[in-house]
Design a protein around this ligand. Structure first.
Ligand SMILES: *Cc1c(COP(=O)(O)O)cnc(C)c1O
Length: 237
């Protein structure tokens, strides 16, 4: 974990790079929100980022989210960015701003049911495996329109957009083509005029490639290492 001056200078640096990327392509920097991915990081690290004005935080494990929310009661915007099992939804529904990782009707059905029970509308992104990697979650671009149509029927879910985790690469430029495909996919789906569907959120870009993602239209970038330093994974209990 980095100390407070490191976290605040990292947040300032990442924010400046986002602004510069916007300027290169004529976008308004206000269109892009930086999410600090705080998975594995202690509560103190989150507090340090809060002190430099961060309000959007990303977590990928429901129980870790629950534990952090028990300690941090300030009104933050929590994003669920990891794979979700339906039996963990109780830690997520009504407790997060946005679920980025919906990739099946089965999961959407469970979100619908719990949201209805709680009298909520849950906002979600559909996760796309844009490069067709075997190791990645998400649906293929080809299957995405059908999933949009199926999920759009649920009255307690609002589809806000699409999310992807691009391939790991040393050269971020290699991911430009995938970010461009994501943007085009969103435009294509919007053009089908599906009832209840208008998407304007694109969650893409991580520490290694967020500047390219912003140039290609990202509205949410998810940066962990670039803000908090390297993660140390402890064995799962
Ligand atoms: C961990 C994670 C990130 C952040 O990755 P960094 O490379 O550390 O910025 C972003 N998105 C998802 C879905 C993640 O799991």
């Amino acid at each position: 974990m980095q100390n407070i001056t490191t976290v605040s200078s990292a947040v300032a640096d990442v924010s400046a790079r986002i602004t510069a990327a916007c300027e290169r392509v004529g976008r308004n920097p206000q269109e892009v929100t930086l999410i600090a991915v705080s998975k594995t990081m202690p509560v103190e690290a989150i507090r340090e980022a809060m002190e430099c004005g961060m309000v959007d935080f990303g977590e990928n494990r429901p129980q870790e989210l629950r534990d952090k929310q028990a300690e941090i009661t300030e009104p933050l915007r929590w994003h669920m960015i990891g794979a979700l099992q339906t039996n963990k939804l109780k830690y997520v529904i009504g407790k997060t701003t946005l679920i980025h990782s919906v990739d099946s009707v089965h999961l959407a059905e469970a979100i619908e049911e719990m949201s209805a029970k709680k009298g909520l509308v849950t906002e979600v992104l559909l996760e796309i495996n844009i490069a067709g990697e075997d190791s990645k979650h998400g649906i293929s671009p080809e299957d995405s329109e059908q999933l949009v149509r199926d999920v759009a029927k649920f009255s307690h879910i609002k589809i806000r957009g699409l999310m992807t985790v691009a391939p790991y690469t040393e050269d971020a430029e290699e991911n430009r083509v995938y970010f461009r495909k994501m943007k085009q996919l969103m435009v294509d789906i919007n053009s089908k005029n599906i009832d209840n569907v208008y998407m304007d959120v694109l969650s893409m870009g991580m520490t290694g490639d967020y500047e390219i993602a912003v140039e290609e239209g990202a509205t949410l970038v998810r940066v962990g290492t670039g803000i908090f330093g390297h993660r140390v994974y402890l064995p799962k209990e």
